[in-house]
Structures are given as structure tokens and as C-alpha cells.
Design a protein around this ligand. Structure first.
Ligand code: BG6
Length: 490
């Protein structure tokens, strides 16, 4: 049952993901889906709208027979969760599904609504008795991001949800965990014998994580201007990446074993003092510029953005993980809108080898090995290493060993939500956030929120759309004798 079914997420991601699951025969024959929203509408209207939208979003040629199968399992109920009659209609619909589709009373409630409705919906489900797991049936709730807008509000939301649900019923979703390459991080690190021994402070110089987007705010000014890049990306998506890069090997694939280790990484991130916020974080806001052929206006000129907004559209920072494995290995993070190229990449830069062997030769410097994990758009892994350039004199060049997902496994149309929905249906929460992880993430960013709120940026806009962010982001690394390794080039 999707709450907020008239919104973007339902037609762009959730229904196409259900269709892709059906293509792979991963939807139960007893499956049915109910869209619920305030907007007036009928089941027939909902089916028709989804039918019109699916070709645009599933990235595939729609098979009419399969679509009919899925469509005949779609229903729509309109209403406001604050009205008991609306909940009664939902309850009636659920009972009808049980009879007609054999759902056995099991239900997954997906909250694809604005965040201020998460608490009221769960409360209403509870009041109507719809959240109760009894007589062998399960009831689960998927909560979209953002989970709170700071540490106190995230804690308050947890309390609100837990008044009606057990933690095991709550599935806090982060779509980054639906990405193949992100899931592959665990496999890459722990199913290969050669990486784990060098995956630590003795061999790793530093780690960089870049999430660059070419888009501006794309009509989401209202939400984005009150959130900003930090809230929008760091405590959720980026911290998922950091936790999987840095975690210790879990004792099993059990959901809590994996999430325990992720949680430990987040809790080991050294807390930032006010002085650290000023010296180790950078914020930016884009001004007018060009990205290829496309001209972007000032962020402040976007619809629903305040004309003197001090909301950041770019963030960079240096964090440290204060544990035995990572002590003194900086993790540099940056995210931003309106950057020159769309890329999500993790770079593990290894230490430079000692130079002794090459003293007295024509080699004047050695470069360090680098492992690059491309999360998107060209999913793959590259290892850069030095090799002798053929010829009579000793010269060393850098070469790449590159693995591209598409070359080896082909590509399958996917929205990124397939795996997450499937796991939620099966009751496997491994790829979902636990309350303690969410709180640990907010704890790290809270000092930044506080300092930035107390000292609104005076120099915005401070980078042009189409550039790699403000100059201070480069200086952040230059001060440590380093540079960002993801650039325009290949
Ligand atoms: C969303 C953010 O969670 O993630 C967006 O709200 C952002 O602002 C998006 O554009 C990025 O996701 P992806 O999968 O395109 O990297």
C-alpha cells in the first residue's frame, strides 16, 4: 500500500520497480498494490495513469501481457489519513485483497509522502488497528527519507514511530543501498583475499567520496531550499558509502550483524568541534553558469527558492574515523548540484612506495596506487598502478586495470528500488537503516548544522554552475598536500 501514490516517486520509481520485479518473476502471484492519496481518483484512473507513465520510466519495452497482469492488481483509494472514514476504506480494501488475491493479511505500507506525514500516518494506522501483526500476518512500514531534519527531530520521529511499531516493522529506506555497486562493496572487500590485508591505515593514504550531479534543483526548490545539500545527501547516502568502505567484516550476512558494523563506523567518526566545522568543512551555492550546452540560472533564481537564500547546494568536508583501522586516514567527501559531470565515485588512494630502488635512475617520482569504485553512471572498478614504459631508459607510466559491470554482466533496466522492495516483502532489513544508524549519522552533521545556522554564508553564490564547486573545496585538500582525484577527465 503506497501512501502518497499521486506523487512522483510512485510513477517514476515504485511502479516501474514493481514491473521489473514482475519481469523477473519476483512478485508473488498473491501480490496486489493499493495507491492511497488525498487526490480524488478511481482505481481505473490510477491504472490508466500508471499505464501511460510506465514506458517513460521503466527504461524498457513494456510487455502488454505482463503489464495487464500487474495492472489488474492495482487499486486506488483516496482520502486523508486524519479522517477515520478514510482509514475504514483502507481497511475494507485490505480485507478485499485478502479475499480476492490471497494476501493472507500481510501488508507493506510504503510512506512516499512528505516527511511531516510519516508520524500522522503511522499513528492513524495504529489507531485503525492496521499496524498490528497478529494471527500470523505481517505488517511493515517503509519510511522514505528524510528521516528527521536534525538529531532532535530524528529522535522524535523514532519515538513517534515506535509508539505504534516494533523496530523490526520499520524499514527506513535509502535508495543508495539499492545500487549494485554499493552492494558490491561488501562482496568486493570480503570475498577477495587480496584487498582486506591492505585496507587500513598502514597502506591507505586517504579516501575520497564524490557525488556530483549536473542537475540544479529541478523544480524541487520548496523542499531543497529548506533542506540543503548537507541534509539531503550526507547523513544518508554518503554515510552509507562511508560505512561500507570502512566497516569491519561482519560476523555473518545477518541483517543486524551487518548493521552493527555500519553503526560502529558512524559512531567512530570523530565529532567536529566548532573550530573543525570552520576549518574542515566547505559550503557552496551555485550561481549562473553553463553545463555543456545547458545554461543554468542562479540557484536563488530557481522557483520556490528564497531570493537571498543561504542554503548550500555544495558541501565538502574532511572527516576522520577514530578507530584502530582508520586513525589518521582522512575521508574527504563532497557533494554538489550543478557540477560539470554526473559521477558518484569512491577513491581509495594508497600510500606512495619508498623511492630507494629508483634513486639514480631517470625516474623522478612514483605515483601511488589508486582504487576507484564507480558507483554511477558507469558502474565499475579500476585499479591504477605503475608499469615500465617500454624502451631503453627507465620510465614509469600509470596504467589501469578496469572492470565495467556492463561489459561483464550486461545491464538490466532497474530503478534501484527493486532489490529494496523485494527485501522488504521478504522481511530482510539488511539494506535498511536502523534507528541507531540514523541517529549516529545526524550526530556527526549536527555541529555543522548548528555552526552554519549561526553563521549564514555571506559569500553565496560562490561557485558557477558547471564548475567543481568553490575554491575552498580545493584548498581543503591542498592544505594536506592532496587534490581531488575525480575531475573532468576520464
Ligand atoms: C536524493 C536527493 O535522495 O538523491 C536528490 O534528494 C539527489 O537531491 C538524489 O538528486 C541523488 O540520487 P542518485 O541516485 O541520482 O545519485
Amino acid at each position: 500500500m503506497i501512501f502518497g501514490a499521486s506523487g512522483d516517486l510512485t510513477r517514476r520509481k515504485l511502479v516501474p520497480a514493481l514491473y521489473n520485479l514482475a519481469r523477473h518473476k519476483l512478485l508473488s502471484p498473491d501480490f496486489a498494490v493499493v495507491g492511497f492519496a488525498r487526490r480524488d481518483g478511481t482505481t481505473e484512473g490510477f491504472r490508466q495513469q500508471m499505464r501511460e507513465e510506465i514506458p517513460r520510466h521503466c527504461d524498457c519495452v513494456v510487455d502488454p501481457g505482463l503489464w495487464d497482469w500487474l495492472e489488474s492488481r492495482m487499486y486506488y483509494v483516496s482520502g486523508d489519513v486524519k479522517e477515520p472514514e478514510a482509514l475504514a476504506r483502507l481497511a475494507t480494501q485490505l480485507s478485499a485483497l485478502e479475499r480476492e488475491h490471497g494476501t493472507r493479511g500481510n501488508a507493506l505500507f510504503y510512506l512516499a509522502t512528505p516527511p511531516e506525514q510519516f508520524g500522522p500516518i503511522v499513528h492513524a494506522l495504529d489507531q485503525a488497528g492496521l499496524a498490528r501483526e497478529e494471527a500470523g500476518r505481517w505488517r511493515r512500514v517503509v519510511v522514505e527519507k528524510p528521516f528527521g531534519r536534525d538529531l532532535p527531530s530524528a529522535r522524535a520521529l523514532t519515538v513517534e514511530l515506535r509508539a505504534a511499531l516494533a523496530e523490526t516493522q520499520i524499514y527506513r529506506i535509502d535508495h543508495y543501498l539499492g545500487k549494485e555497486t554499493v552492494q558490491n562493496l561488501l562482496v568486493f572487500r570480503f570475498s577477495n583475499g587480496i584487498f582486506e590485508p591492505i585496507w587500513n591505515r598502514r597502506y591507505v593514504d586517504h579516501v575520497q567520496i564524490t557525488v556530483a550531479e549536473t542537475l540544479g534543483v529541478e523544480g524541487r526548490g520548496g523542499y531543497y531550499d529548506s533542506a540543503g545539500a548537507l541534509r539531503d545527501m550526507i547523513p544518508n547516502h554518503i554515510f552509507q558509502l562511508i560505512s561500507l568502505v570502512a566497516l569491519e567484516c561482519p560476523i555473518s550476512f545477518d541483517a543486524n550483524a551487518v548493521r552493527d558494523e555500519q553503526s560502529k563506523v558512524l559512531r567512530a567518526i570523530a565529532p567536529l568541534t566548532e573550530e573543525h566545522v570552520l576549518s574542515r568543512t566547505v559550503r557552496g551555492q551555485y550561481g549562473a553558469g553553463r553545463i555543456g550546452e545547458r545554461a543554468l540560472p542562479d540557484y536563488r533564481a530557481e522557483p520556490n527558492v528564497a531570493p537571498r537564500s543561504s542554503t548550500e547546494t555544495f558541501v565538502a568536508m574532511r572527516l576522520e574515523i577514530d578507530n584502530w583501522r582508520w586513525k589518521d586516514v582522512p575521508f574527504y567527501l563532497r557533494v554538489g548540484k550543478a557540477l560539470p559531470r554526473r559521477v558518484t565515485e569512491i577513491v581509495v588512494q594508497f600510500r606512495r612506495p619508498p623511492f630507494a630502488l629508483f634513486r639514480g635512475t631517470t625516474v623522478d617520482q612514483l605515483s601511488a596506487n589508486r582504487l576507484v569504485i564507480n558507483v554511477q553512471p558507469d558502474e565499475g572498478i579500476q585499479l591504477h598502478f605503475g608499469a615500465k614504459i617500454p624502451g631503453a631508459i627507465m620510465k614509469i607510466g600509470t596504467v589501469d586495470m578496469a572492470f565495467q559491470y556492463a561489459d561483464h554482466f550486461g545491464t538490466e533496466p532497474a530503478t534501484g528500488y527493486e532489490r529494496l522492495l523485494y527485501d522488504a516483502f521478504l522481511g530482510d532489513p539488511t539494506l535498511f537503516q536502523r534507528a541507531d544508524m540514523v541517529e549516529a549519522g545526524w550526530s556527526v552533521v549536527q555541529p555543522m548544522l548548528d555552526v552554519w545556522q549561526a553563521l549564514p554564508a555571506r559569500n553565496f553564490p560562490n561557485y558557477a554552475a558547471g564548475s567543481w564547486g568553490p575554491a575552498e573545496a580545493d584548498q581543503l585538500l591542498q592544505r594536506d598536500g592532496r587534490r581531488w582525484l575525480t575531475t573532468d577527465g576520464p
